[in-house]
Design a protein around this ligand. Structure first.
Ligand SMILES: Nc1nc2c(ncn2[C@@H]2O[C@H](COP(=O)(O)OP(=O)(O)O)[C@@H](O)[C@H]2O)c(=O)[nH]1
Ligand SMILES: [Mg+2]
Length: 404
């Protein structure tokens, strides 16, 4: 009875067996590490600074957060930057690897995704003429590579219309797909613009634990500081002592002040006080870190809503940007995270992290097609400089294993 194996199996099985070793086991939506780890001591002298500790969650939830009244008069700690004077010249000393340029870094980063997409296409071109079977297989390959059903259908539909029954080479298909993907990505490749008129421009950073929020904040702080802007960080993940410490370490390295409170303090109150202080000091950019306890959705939703509500008492238009940080290695789960966080906070842009270690970079295309939210930056490593502007064409060609 199971004799009727579809013909298709031939290629698909080959794809699977080729892809299988690189497929990562599904990750939980919220990667959390129960064991507290010591905060890495400052290694500021190192060029490629590995990022401070991974997300650490206490086994038991600490003190429940106090309900309103809103900003609570808790002591606020501000770690002063090492040098308070705004430096005109950002650090010029870049390690050798940094000189390679962002494209080759991205290419390196995307290599796993590229392998998955491009190599699976390679296997399809045993016959010359573009037939239905090949189209179906191409569509499957694109879906397997996390580009999503809608994008896969669109790409293959277009290819079919233009080339059905004609001779095509693998390179032509890759180039055609890369062009179409670039077209989808172009509208979302929008950098984060800091409004210099605002003092501060408030950036609220949200996302599940482990997605890379704190790291991304550190990278952004480094970038803005390098541009000569004044930056302040608010350690709004008040749930975990290690999270606050992690941000302080980064703040010290970047030479920017970090506003923090003791573990368990009200995050909204902290954000409020940080904003008050940033306003008083006419800081250019205030980056607010947050907790990402998705397993406690109601609490998180309340906490994020409260942060927004409270900072709007000081500035009705804040936050001026709300970045959702997504870990690219979670693949399709990223869709659910966008949906969820959109209901919790005024998400208006995305950052995709860990594209250096993911075979699932294709998910970015699916997200772009579906949500049309700007992708303001991509994370391609753990170091302070490993945040790149998102460039549609380069990303698309990289994904298809083509040179820029
Ligand atoms: N390889 C890689 N690791 C990253 C990237 N961004 C963050 N990480 C790592 O992911 C882990 C979680 O990051 P973290 O910023 O603490 O996440 P948070 O819980 O959202 O604040 C840390 O070990 C980071 O070093 C990235 O772009 N590439
Ligand atoms: Mg964090």
């Amino acid at each position: 009875m199971s004799e009727t194996e579809p013909e298709k199996k031939g290629w698909f099985a080959r794809l699977r067996s080729r892809v299988a070793p690189t497929v990562e086991p599904p990750k939980p939506a919220e990667p959390e590490i129960a064991q507290p780890e010591p905060v890495e001591p400052s290694v500021a002298a190192e060029p490629e600074t590995p990022l401070a500790p991974p997300p650490i969650e206490p086994v038991s939830e600490p003190v429940p957060m106090a309900p309103e009244p809103e900003p609570e008069p808790e002591p606020v700690a501000v770690t002063a930057p090492v040098e308070a004077v705004v430096e005109k010249e950002p650090e010029v000393e870049k390690p050798e690897t940094e000189k390679k340029g962002w494209l080759s870094r991205l290419r390196e980063g995307l290599s796993k995704s590229t392998k998955k997409v491009a190599e699976s296409i390679t296997g399809l071109f045993t016959k010359k003429k573009l037939d239905q079977q090949t189209l179906d297989d191409l569509e499957d390959a694109l879906i397997q590579a996390d580009l999503g059903v809608a994008v896969a259908a669109r790409l293959v539909g277009k290819l079919s219309k233009e080339r059905f029954g004609k001779e095509v080479t693998e390179e032509e298909v890759r180039a055609a797909f890369a062009d179409d993907i670039a077209e989808i990505l172009q509208p979302v490749a929008v950098p984060l613009t800091i409004d210099a008129a605002r003092k501060p421009h408030v950036v609220l950073v949200v996302g599940v634990n482990g997605s890379g929020k704190t790291t991304t904040i550190a990278k952004l702080a480094g970038r803005y500081k390098g541009e000569g802007r004044s930056v302040m960080l608010a350690a709004g993940d008040t749930f975990r002592a290690a999270a606050v410490e992690q941000l302080k370490v980064w703040g010290d390295r970047a030479g920017v002040p970090v506003v923090s409170k003791q573990t368990g303090a009200d995050a909204a109150g902290l954000a409020y006080e940080a904003l008050e202080q940033a306003r008083a000091e006419k800081t250019d950019v205030l980056l607010i870190d947050t907790a990402g306890r998705l397993h406690n959705k109601t609490n998180l939703m309340e906490e994020l809503a409260k942060i927004v509500r409270v900072i709007r008492k000081l500035d009705p238009e804040a936050p001026h940007s709300c970045l959702l940080v997504l870990d690219a290695t979670t693949g399709q789960n990223a869709h659910a995270q966008v949906e969820t966080f959109k209901t919790m906070s005024p998400v208006d842009a995305l950052v995709l992290t860990k594209l250096d270690g993911s075979a699932k970079g294709g998910v970015l295309v699916a997200l772009a097609e579906k949500f049309k939210l700007p992708v303001v930056a991509i994370g391609v490593g753990e170091g302070i400089d490993d945040l790149r502007p998102f460039e549609a064409r380069a990303f698309a060609r990289g994904l298809m294993g083509l040179p820029a």
